[in-house]
Design a binder for this molecule. Structure first.
Ligand code: PLP
Length: 424
């Protein structure tokens, strides 16, 4: 319990000493975080059958593709290799993370450290609960109004793409949710000016999707709710942890992990604590933020392995220098890709207004649309896969999340130039 208490007490912007990762450049060495033996019970349990697998770290970089999928998406190689090394026998305890009790001390350590590292990355203050949930971001579309509204309360939605549209439609089942602005007439290529938003003065919350994964539209700044008792809520699924965010501007942030921070199966919610505790009576217990927070995300069996991988990703992001450094890399990758599109004399076209183009999901079309299929097929032969645009919009989409290396984007840009030269 010492670990649990310590993690919960983590202050904004600080990383708890108990969970501070050591800077271990070798992803193949097992435990990489140091613990203070005087303050935390040892994690090793007495297992008799401790057998390590033969070291098989050998699926080397050269065998991996550049995966531009929108999600589930590419993960840092160092994280996958570390998970691989620990898969068979986690830290010598004689079993994998997939097999251990979610109430045992090993998993208690894993989940508390994941939370602590995420709090450090985003400077999340103790005014907020961090909870690991299931059901994807889609489940939060319903959980949000169920927790924050009564059926007669209103809520405002800024609809900048398919995901915010879906979120609004789901919320309409549980409160008076209203689309106060829609980018649909412009095929979701814009973000509105905040002054033009006709907010309802009684709205309980103002909802945005900070990055529309399908349309490639990203908020670079955030609107303020009109009513001072209202809060801003963001679906950050596809740009979570891609850059620093001032969490204090939001009442709630939620994100499915499978784009930037882990595998599918876990959704992370950051909820201001004073907003919890007045859910609608019909709220299923699994969707009740207070129940989840009071039980430290362990009300029932959580997605243990997915949380463990998220923890490794958070550790990796901290080792990179935190989100300021991560953002610099993302800006560089996005710039070279957008420059290649804009410098192609119209051979490639990105429809999104320049000031709100996503750093994570880059949709583009080819002027000669009949070449798009060939483009995607030839790119795949070169080891660059999952470039097909979402089925609802077509074209090409390159998702360049945190874990996409610069080399992957450079290779794509070189291929784009070559492809253009071959199709004058
Ligand atoms: C921005 C955004 N919100 C919500 C979702 C839905 O997420 P899930 O499939 O985890 O329910 C997605 C999925 O791609 C998304 O990109």
């Amino acid at each position: 319990m010492a670990a649990a208490t310590a993690a919960t007490a983590t202050a904004a912007g600080t990383q708890h000493a108990l969970f501070r990762p050591s800077l271990n450049p070798n992803p193949l060495r097992s435990p990489t975080f140091s613990r203070s033996p005087s303050k935390i019970p040892s994690l090793s349990i007495s297992c008799t059958a401790v057998r390590s697998p033969p070291a098989t770290p050998s699926i080397a970089t050269k065998d991996r593709l550049f995966n531009f999928a929108a999600g589930p998406a590419t993960l840092p190689e160092s994280v996958i290799l570390k998970a691989q090394a620990d898969l068979f026998n986690y830290q010598g305890c004689g079993m994998s993370v997939m097999e251990m009790s979610h109430r045992g001390k090993e998993f208690d350590f894993i989940i508390k450290k994941a939370e602590s590292d995420l709090r450090s990355l985003l400077s999340i203050s103790s005014d907020y609960a961090v909870i690991f949930l299931q059901g994807g971001a889609t489940t939060q579309f319903a959980a949000l109004p169920l927790n924050l509204c009564s059926p007669d309360d209103s809520a405002d939605y800024v609809v900048t793409g398919s995901w915010s549209d879906k979120a609004c439609k789901e919320a309409q089942k549980f409160c008076k949710a209203k689309t106060i602005w829609s980018g649909k007439p412009d095929k979701y290529t814009k973000i509105p000016s905040f002054d033009s938003l006709e907010q309802n003065s009684n709205a309980k919350y103002l909802h945005i999707c900070s990055n529309e994964t399908i349309h490639g539209v990203e908020f670079k700044d955030y609107p303020t709710p009109l009513n001072e008792n209202s809060i801003l809520v963001a679906d950050m699924s596809s740009n979570f942890c891609s850059k620093p965010v001032d969490v204090s501007k939001f009442g709630m942030i939620y994100a499915g992990a499978q784009k930037n921070v882990g595998p599918s199966g876990v959704t992370i919610a950051i909820v201001r604590k004073d907003l919890m505790g007045s859910s609608q009576p019909i709220t299923p217990v699994m969707l009740d933020f207070k129940t989840q927070a009071d039980n430290a995300s362990l009300y029932n069996t959580p997605p243990c392995f997915a949380i463990y991988i998220c923890g490794l990703v958070f550790e990796d992001l901290l080792q990179q220098g935190g989100l300021v450094e991560v953002e610099k890399k993302n800006v560089k990758k996005a710039s070279i890709l957008y420059d290649a599109i804009d410098g192609s004399d119209g051979f490639y076209v990105c429809p999104v207004e320049k000031s709100v183009r996503s750093m994570m999901n880059v949709p583009f079309t080819l002027k000669k649309s009949e070449l798009e299929k060939k483009f995607i097929e030839e790119a795949a032969l070169e080891g660059m896969v999952q470039l097909k645009g979402h089925r609802s919009v077509g074209g090409v989409r390159a998702s360049i999340y945190n874990a996409m290396p610069l080399a992957g984007v450079e290779k794509l840009v070189a291929f784009m130039k070559d492809f253009q030269a071959r199709h004058p």
